[in-house]
Design a protein around this ligand. Structure first.
Ligand SMILES: N[C@@H](CCC[C@H](N)C(=O)O)C(=O)O
Length: 268
């Protein structure tokens, strides 16, 4: 099986090209692939398959479906950094033409753009603020905004640097609010256009970046000063992302690179 490895601000993915939909990607296989000692190691898997080969998205008006899986093998509706790495792969492989094209995700069709400076942007849709909720990290409780980016987020301003947080364990959350689990962002807003964020992802644990989480963080940081629009720099352990919030939608921009390719010896 051919694979590639890529990352967007060190949110890393195994890419499995499967244009004709021949792979039966089980949760246990994905988990073994993502294992950082016994497998290749990654925060998630991006299966690259033609949308017409996948019944759940066969009618969507774009050629390629990003079949995203978390490191534990679970599915997610959307992955912002994954979408940018997926687009980088399609462009490099000559499977998509032009600077802008659409891809299909479980969260809907997303427009991606290959920027002149080499970064990749993705239109992320309109964030939906659904209320507030609490989490407890290392015995400390934080309140944040419940935001849907297609996938669920709880974005909490902690009003302090995030460096000391221990995210090795699953932060608590209210299962009545988040029945399918949640991605939890802890951030420190610095002024009105920059925030420093760490994240504990559903199905992957602490990662060095999360694109949907960066947009949720920008929304929650903007809300601290009563704003719903603006441009935010979101600093994550793996680099820097730019988030633009406007009245209609949101955009995520940052680096996305392919670092390796090869043949997989792991079998199902
Ligand atoms: N790292 C991703 C988000 C991946 C999905 C998430 N763990 C979930 O289960 O919702 C991103 O860049 O957005």
């Amino acid at each position: 099986m051919h694979f590639l490895k890529g990352h967007g601000t060190e949110n890393d993915f195994v890419i499995l090209p499967d244009p004709d939909g021949e792979l039966d990607l089980t949760a246990s296989f994905v988990a073994r692939l993502c294992d950082r000692r016994a497998g290749l190691g990654a925060d998630g898997v991006l299966r690259v398959v033609r949308a017409k080969q996948v019944p759940e998205v066969a009618g969507e008006p774009a050629e390629w479906f990003m079949d995203y899986r978390n490191a534990d093998g679970g599915m997610a509706e959307m992955c912002g950094n994954g979408a940018r790495v997926f687009a980088r792969y399609l462009a490099d492989a000559g499977l998509a033409q032009g600077d802008e094209f659409d891809i299909v995700t479980r969260g809907g069709v997303r427009r991606v753009r290959m920027e002149p400076d080499g970064e990749v942007s993705v239109e992320m849709g309109k964030p939906v603020v659904l209320g507030s909720s609490v989490t407890s990290v290392g015995g400390q409780e934080y309140e944040g905004l419940h935001i849907s980016m297609g996938n669920p987020h709880l974005a909490c301003s902690i009003g302090d640097p995030v460096t000391h947080l221990d995210l090795t364990h699953q932060p608590t959350f209210d299962p009545a609010v988040f029945p399918s689990g949640v991605n939890i962002e802890l951030f420190n807003a610095v002024g009105t256009s920059r925030a420093v964020m760490r994240v504990h992802e559903r199905g992957s644990g602490e990662t060095r970046s999360c694109g949907t989480g960066a947009v949720a963080t920008a929304v929650a940081a903007a809300a601290l000063s009563g704003e719903t629009t603006g441009t935010w720099t979101i600093e994550v352990p793996g680099g820097t992302l730019t988030v633009v919030l406007d009245e209609e939608t949101s955009y995520l921009r940052g680096p996305a690179v392919i670092v390796a390719s090869g043949e997989l010896m792991l079998a199902e």
